[in-house]
Design a protein around this ligand. Structure first.
Ligand code: EPU
Length: 313
């Protein structure tokens, strides 16, 4: 038996033999993120069935680190990539079904696309989701939200598979330990499906509220390659307000800059590296700490090694 570090190529070949989805070796993760920077994963599985996920757990768990990648709209991948298996959900997980006041959704469904179905269905309560560029699964995991509403307000249950052991379980919303931008799901638990419950509403009113949300977003958040809010809002305050007051708007490192539109957004310009983005995040937080005495907590998830050897969080 080989007790050394496992060879990703042979693990990849072994995994390929057990799954319907694709297993890619050394595929760049940059296209899987909205920052569009960062390096390759040793292995990338595009899962096309729940069995694929269970197989990934059986073949890879304990031999390589595993990370879940959704829409990548809250993720910064290191320039030298991720030494492990990245798992993303493929087309199989993009189905949805509307049944009365509930919508059942696969983990890979794009949240704004789901929200855009609600006017015609005459369902209200999910308008906020139209402006959140996440997958359904990613939004469930981090309790994504906007304008005072979040997934915890509408979710009924979620089905998750633990990539550490292949176990599946269905969690009721009350068991997800929801708080602001937080759930109890472990990093290796992947949300494959879930159900939200909405209320009857007028199609015109729902459509108009969605339009208002999208307009608000266009006016208050910058275009370009970003991951939305970099830092969580501290209790009772706004990270954007604090960063702005500390004077970081326009600050630039390499190809990354702090947006002039919203100080809690870092935009990766052409040629930016993950290191530029990461160093700018650190610098912005340092300026706020030094000038205003507030420690900001990062909302964006890191994957891979950054300076100081921080790995995935
Ligand atoms: N502000 C400034 N300067 C700035 C940015 C904001 O003074 O550069 C002030 C605003 O004027 C406002 C306050 O800060 O008084 C709050 O700003 P905003 O209304 O833009 O909301 P936010 O708290 O910064 C949150 C979410 C966003 C979500 C919006 C809309 C967090 C960390 N961010 O932003 O979510 O879109 O509310 O509901 O909770 C995300 O999580 O990635 C995200 C984009």
């Amino acid at each position: 038996m080989n007790h050394g570090a496992p060879d990703p190529r042979s693990l990849g070949a072994e995994l390929s033999g057990h799954v319907k989805g694709q297993v890619l070796i050394s595929a760049s993760l940059a296209p899987y993120t909205t920052f569009r920077v960062g390096g390759p994963a040793d292995l990338l599985l595009v899962a096309e069935s729940e069995e694929d996920l269970i197989a990934a757990a059986k073949v890879v768990a304990g031999r390589l680190p595993v990370a879940i990648v959704g829409r990548g709209s809250n993720l910064l991948v290191a320039d030298d990539g991720f030494r492990g298996l990245a798992v993303t959900l493929g087309r199989f997980f993009r189905a949805h079904r509307i049944d009365g006041e509930t919508i059942r959704s696969g983990g890979a469904v794009y949240l704004p696309a789901l929200a855009r179905l609600t006017p015609r269905a005459g369902l209200t309560g999910f308008e906020f989701a139209a402006e959140i560029p996440a997958t359904f699964g990613g939004a469930v995991r981090m309790n994504a939200g906007a304008h005072g509403r979040s997934m915890s307000d509408v979710l009924q249950w979620a089905r998750v598979i633990d990539l550490a052991n292949g176990a599946a379980r269905r969690l009721h919303v009350a068991d997800l330990g929801y708080r602001y931008r937080h759930s109890v799901l472990a990093p290796q638990e992947i949300v494959v499906e879930g159900e939200i419950r909405l209320e009857r509403g007028s199609p015109e009113a729902v459509a108009s509220e969605i339009a208002t949300h999208l307009r608000w977003r266009r006016e208050n958040q910058p275009p370009g390659r970003s991951a939305g809010s970099v830092f969580k809002n501290p209790p009772g305050d706004s990270a954007g307000r604090l960063l702005d007051a500390a004077g970081v708007k326009g600050l630039r490192i390499g190809g990354a800059h702090v947006s002039d539109v919203h100080a809690n957004f870092i935009v990766a310009d052409k040629g930016a590296t993950a290191s530029d983005v990461w160093r700018l995040m650190e610098q912005a937080a340092t300026v706020v700490r030094d000038r205003l005495g507030v420690s900001l907590e990062r909302e964006v998830r890191l994957l891979g090694s950054f300076q100081e050897n921080s790995t995935s969080t």
